[in-house]
Design a protein around this ligand. Structure first.
Ligand code: CA
Length: 225
């Protein structure tokens, strides 16, 4: 699994990191709440191991922000506090499981394995993610970072075509055919208007457009924006 380990105690982080890598996982590490949050928004991890007591914003707040952004990544809270209240708070905030410190490494690996098996098939199919751009197909919801982006049904369809194959260039004709399926007459200029509208919504000021124009070909969504 692709795991983000968020733990500010370097010794504990080292031990957990080693155990996870030995068990065949890929591990990224963060030591504070804000950079953890940024990492989760920018990369689709299979699992986040999230310490509660962190510098900056704490684990509960990180978790709340992850869920507010509509991200369904699995989260296992690591807490030094054994009070029932904290466990409940973590689960209510959207954690999938919790582990109280100190814990045995076998226990951690067992929990990680269980979470790895849960809901994998349903989660994968409904979510498309390219960089910090994310699309929940069943909820018809688009987010960039932690910002929700309002798109019309047609804009959603156009964006979905790009997000299914990031890094691939589409001609205007192909986009037309895919969107309107030759139901009625179409004009390739309509595609240009949709691209313009999507760029207005998706792009950040001063940064290159996510949807690039490929001269003589058409359009392409950057695979790593
Ligand atoms: Ca800590």
């Amino acid at each position: 699994m692709d795991i983000l380990l968020v733990e500010d105690e370097p010794q504990l982080a080292d031990v957990v990191n080693r155990a996870l890598v030995r068990a065949g996982h890929v591990v990224s590490r963060k030591e504070d709440g804000l950079s953890a949050l940024k990492a989760v928004m920018n990369h689709r991890f299979d699992l986040v191991l999230l310490d509660v007591n962190l510098p900056g914003i704490d684990g509960f707040e990180v978790l709340a922000k992850i869920r507010q952004a509509g991200l369904t990544v699995r989260v296992l809270m690591l807490t030094a506090r054994s009070e029932v209240g904290d466990r409940v708070a973590g689960l209510k905030a959207g954690a999938d499981d919790y582990l109280t410190k100190p814990f045995a490494m076998e226990e951690l690996l067992a929990r990680v394995d269980v979470l790895g098996r849960r809901d994998v098939s349903t989660q994968v199919s409904a979510i498309l993610q390219v960089g910090d751009l994310r699309m929940d197909i069943s909820k018809r919801r688009v987010t960039r970072g932690d910002e929700k982006i309002e798109v019309s049904p047609r804009e959603f369809d156009v964006l979905q075509i790009f997000m299914k194959e990031p890094g691939r260039a589409f001609s205007r004709d192909e986009l037309c055919e895919r969107i309107w399926q030759r139901e009625h007459e179409y004009d390739t200029r309509t595609v240009e208007i949709f691209i313009m509208r999507l760029r207005k919504k998706l792009d950040q000021p001063g940064r290159e457009s996510l949807i690039r124009t490929i001269r003589g070909v058409g359009y392409m969504l950057e695979s790593a924006p």
